[in-house]
Design a protein around this ligand. Structure first.
Ligand code: 5AD
Ligand code: SF4
Length: 451
């Protein structure tokens, strides 16, 4: 959970006298959406980090895993007290949980003023304006499949931020059986490439040097608009328009990782040697039940191709343990896949049943204690492998981009997305420097500047 704050001095008190507080749960896409809402409301509100001084509080929710509703209601319970003290306070719930609950949310939280799904955020100014003018509480959760993502000026990064995210598409048509995303974010919709390039341009003008393109399934970019560019085409356009940036993307579906895209890693200078490629399971039986539409062998083949084009590429992944029907043997298959691929990092989750998804109706549920045991076992193996992978950088010189400065130390990032900590001055933020890697830790490296 994060609060979004921009520096107050950048916003004119005169034109934006009221205060907005945004709480964000979940993924980078939600963070980005929160920034967009803040930006669209900037004429009416300035941001505050303090909920108690806000005139409007927006909770941007996530429902991908865990007890999202429970988390939301306990936060709303706290906000209810604020509203008692300040009856003029408006509270809005946005994002994926809002999409799922719709009007139902008012039953448990009648003091909420608006509920709006992820597509509603582009209408936030009208929604807030309506409420300010004394309008009734409202719900905006229709999913429009022919929706066009409107152009909004780039969300402003915080001052001095070197890294930024840019949404290129939203929604998902894949319907993996465990996943709520296609239900709450609707069908795949791509942004026009001109908008994306314009947004990257303004981020670069503000000093951003490392850009991550975001989408639930970036490989499907542009597939529904035959006249526009596809994903490799978009990468090429960005690469030639902004030759000095570092470019990354997430998330990529293994079934759609084409040879053309793999070759981009060898060809495009700006494209960093880093790919997040969620595998979810190492068992063919489970992959089938998950509706992932690739086999273990096909996944391994793609990894091999990636490494032949780009030997040093960092590959990270997502895994789910305890999917319905996962036997001990299936789990062993996942464990052996970890040994075979040797990911730099893996994000592993216990399967969490999402109401309305196909898997929620599957039999052979795995008990919680078995899920927990498998998760612990998996993380233990992956921690070892991850550290071994990070050790390959020891005693090497890497080019890193410095991102931040704190207590006489700087934090930087390699092209392969490894975080490097070292001694250094604040003036280096935003610069590319060479560092000698002295030691690998879990999830980071320790280095020294090479003069
Ligand atoms: N249970 C557990 N993990 C899930 N993920 C998505 N849905 C679920 C679920 N129902 C994980 C997947 C995905 C990541 C973003 O979250 O691993 O790649
Ligand atoms: Fe969910 Fe699968 Fe779509 Fe990813 S590709 S968002 S896991 S349905």
């Amino acid at each position: 959970m994060k609060s979004l704050v921009r520096e107050k001095d950048e916003i004119s008190e005169k034109s934006a006298p009221r205060r907005l507080h945004i709480v964000t749960f979940g993924c980078q896409m939600n963070e980005y959406d929160s920034q967009r809402m803040a930006q669209m409301l900037m004429g009416r509100y300035c941001l505050t980090p303090f909920p108690e001084e806000a005139d409007l509080i927006i909770v941007n929710t996530c429902s991908i895993r865990e007890k999202a509703e429970h988390k939301l209601y306990s936060l709303l319970g706290r906000l209810k007290g604020l509203k008692k003290r300040n009856p003029a306070l408006k509270i809005g719930v946005a994002g994926c949980v809002a999409q799922q609950l719709g009007e139902m949310l008012f039953v448990k939280a009648p003091y909420v003023d608006f509920v709006m799904g992820p597509q509603g955020l582009y209408d936030i100014v009208n929604i807030v304006k309506g409420l300010d003018e004394g309008g009734e509480r409202l719900v905006r959760v229709d999913l429009d499949n022919d929706f066009d993502i409107p152009h909004v000026e780039a969300p402003l990064p915080k001052k001095g931020e070197v890294r930024a995210f840019v949404t290129i598409m939203q929604g998902c048509d894949n319907f993996c059986t465990y996943c709520i995303v296609p239900f709450v974010r609707g069908r795949e919709i791509s942004r026009p490439s001109e908008d994306i390039l314009r947004e990257i341009g303004s981020l670069v003008d503000q000093g951003v040097r490392d850009i991550t393109l975001l989408g639930q399934n970036v490989n499907s970019y542009g597939k529904k608009s035959p006249k526009g560019v596809d994903f490799p085409g978009l990468l090429k356009e960005i690469d030639s328009a902004f030759p000095d940036i570092r470019l990354r993307f997430t998330t990529s579906h293994p079934k759609d990782l084409s040879n053309e895209l793999i070759e981009c890693f060898g060809r495009l200078e700006t494209l960093c040697e880093h790919l997040h490629l969620p595998v979810q399971s190492g068992s063919d039986k489970i992959l089938k039940r998950m509706n992932r539409r690739y086999s273990r062998a096909q996944y391994l083949q793609k990894v091999e191709k990636l490494r032949s084009v780009c030997p040093d590429i960092t590959i990270t992944t997502d895994l789910i343990v305890g999917f319905p029907g996962e036997t001990e043997e299936d789990f062993r298959q996942t464990m052996s896949l970890l040994e075979e691929v040797r990911f730099d990092q893996a994000f592993a989750f216990k399967y969490s049943e999402r109401p309305g998804t196909a898997a929620a109706r599957f039999q052979e549920k795995v008990p919680e204690d078995v899920k927990s045991r498998r998760l612990t076992e998996l993380l233990k193996i992956q921690n070892r492998i991850g550290l071994e992978q990070y050790r390959r950088f020891e005693n090497r010189i890497c080019e890193v981009l410095v991102e931040s400065f704190r207590d006489s130390g700087i934090t930087a990032r390699t092209r392969g997305n490894h975080v490097v900590n070292m001694e250094g001055a604040g003036g280096l933020v935003g610069q590319l420097i060479n560092v000698y890697i002295e030691r690998a830790c879990h999830h980071s490296l320790i280095g020294r500047i090479v003069h």
